[in-house]
Write a protein that binds this ligand. Structure first.
Ligand code: TYD
Ligand code: MG
Length: 455
């Protein structure tokens, strides 16, 4: 009965397989990523057995019942929006994030607040008592939420069959093991196989499954990339530990767009949804200080006002320092080069530090003008009115370029009590006649903005 132990080598970056060790993965090009894993498949010992007899057969596309796509609310507006309008039946969703960011808290909270659904929360990381204590802390325990502390998928699927849940949460995929494979929990072949079992289960039973996954230091999901291919949706939960705000975004979504953001605030009693992010992202100021600007950006479908802070000072040593938090570092260097070359500001000999408040990362180019004005304001040491805001991209020649959905940005700025907004003059088509209740400055060049702001 002593079967020969089979081993294979897996690339820990992309999941590629090889019979022998190789230094450089031919599939993804990473060095030193191959690890040996024990692999012993015994067919007939699968934890999840397909219930379909004879496999599936082709169906005409219009014969497929559309009712299966009916989405259900998770009870959290922010999560629903990031998912593209609620949970799709049979969807398998991966939530990745650094340890301690709040993945377990978020999923337990969803499990406790989702309506009319029996939830099975499977934890391989925490004990029943710990989960119970957390649930008490979250202050919700009138729901149909079952806890199972188990890591063996054979046992898990047996319990699932008995309980017949309407939603399953796995915390975390790295702790699961399937008896059909001998390597240890968290190894690539285990992750791949256990995720595949849950994928088959989700698709056949139409029960949505959330998998929690850890991410590595460099920010990618631990375990093979293949995990990202297997699931329908990859959600990332981010934010830094010093900030109370957490951002949920979709890195991949088969059922919706990936541009939506969900914002939460970590409190003593769990995560609170932040319905109006603009108000909290602006830091409270008692007096006007230089180097601070507000930009009207758009994340997904939602306008968000975001604050940029810049500090420009004479370099203490030979090489000036540059640093950027929440804004692309290369883009900051480009904007500084534009200021230097096109407008003659002597910035190259100075230290420049840029920070986007709230720990948010901004991709929207509409923040360019705000960043430039924050740098100029700090450089001149003249504050910019806190009632002014910006929404424009800046090009390499120093021209101020139009951005998308300008009306929405202006409306949001006006709604939050701003009195003036700087936009590209090429954005003004059709806007002249409208009254937004805010003064609009159409501008086309940086020197023009400079004169308007600093005289
Ligand atoms: P957790 O959900 O355990 O993180 P993860 O599963 O991603 O590893 O979150 C742990 C952190 O959240 C911990 O540092 C404490 C904090 N926290 C709160 O601030 N308030 C709360 O109500 C809870 C439950 C946790
Ligand atoms: Mg956890």
């Amino acid at each position: 009965m002593c079967a020969k132990v089979k081993t294979t080598f897996f690339c820990s970056n992309c999941g590629a397989q090889s019979a022998k060790w190789i230094g450089r993965c031919p599939s993804c090009g990473e060095w030193n990523t191959y690890h040996e894993e024990v692999l012993q498949k015994e067919t007939g010992n699968k934890s999840y057995v397909s219930k379909r007899e004879g496999g599936s057969r082709p169906k005409l596309i219009h014969e497929i019942e559309a009712s299966q796509e009916k989405r259900r609310s998770s009870g959290s507006n922010e999560l629903d929006r990031v998912l593209g309008g609620g949970i799709v039946p049979g969807a398998i969703m991966l939530i990745g994030g650094e340890p301690g960011i709040g993945k377990s808290t978020l999923m337990l909270q969803i499990a406790l607040q989702i309506k009319n659904t029996r939830v099975l929360y499977i934890s391989g990381e925490e004990s029943e008592l710990q989960l119970r204590m957390r649930a008490t802390r979250l202050g919700m325990n009138h729901s149909e939420c079952y806890i199972l502390t188990e890591t063996d998928t054979a046992v898990i699927f047996k319990q699932i069959e008995e309980l017949d849940p309407g939603m399953v949460v796995i915390d975390s995929i790295q702790t699961l093991t399937t008896p059909s494979i001998e390597s240890s929990a968290g190894s690539i072949s285990q992750i791949r196989e256990t995720a595949a079992e849950f994928q088959r289960y989700a698709k056949e039973s139409a029960v949505p499954v959330f998998l929690i996954g850890h991410i590595t230091k460099d920010g990618s999901l631990a375990g093979p990339k293949i995990l990202e291919h297997m699931v329908d949706t990859v959600l990332q939960f981010e934010g830094d530990h010093n900030h109370v705000y957490r951002i949920l975004r979709a890195a991949k979504n088969r059922f919706g767009s990936t541009s939506e953001l969900g914002i939460f605030e970590m409190r003593g009693n769990g995560l609170r949804e932040v319905a109006n992010p603009s108000e909290i992202l602006l830091s409270q100021r008692d007096e006007e200080v230089s180097g601070v600007t507000i930009s009207a950006t758009i994340e997904g479908q939602r306008p968000i006002l975001i604050e940029a802070q810049a500090l420009v000072s004479s370099a203490a040593y030979g090489t000036p320092q540059r640093s950027s938090n929440g804004f692309d570092f290369k883009r900051l260097n480009m904007l500084l080069a534009v200021l230097e070359k096109r407008n003659g500001f002597r910035i190259s000999a100075k230290d420049v530090f840029l920070n986007i408040t709230g720990g948010i990362k901004v991709d929207d180019p509409a923040i360019d003008l705000g960043v430039i004005c924050a740098v100029l304001s700090s450089n001149e040491d003249i504050p910019i009115s806190e009632k002014a805001c910006f929404a424009a991209e800046v090009g390499l020649t120093g021209e101020i370029r139009p951005v998308t959905r300008i009306e929405q940005r202006i409306t949001e700025a006006a709604k939050l009590g701003f009195e003036q907004i700087f936009v590209s003059k090429y954005n003004m088509k059709g806007l002249e006649k409208k009254d937004f209740g805010i003064k609009i400055h159409p501008v086309s060049r940086i020197d023009q903005v400079f004169r308007l702001l600093f005289g």
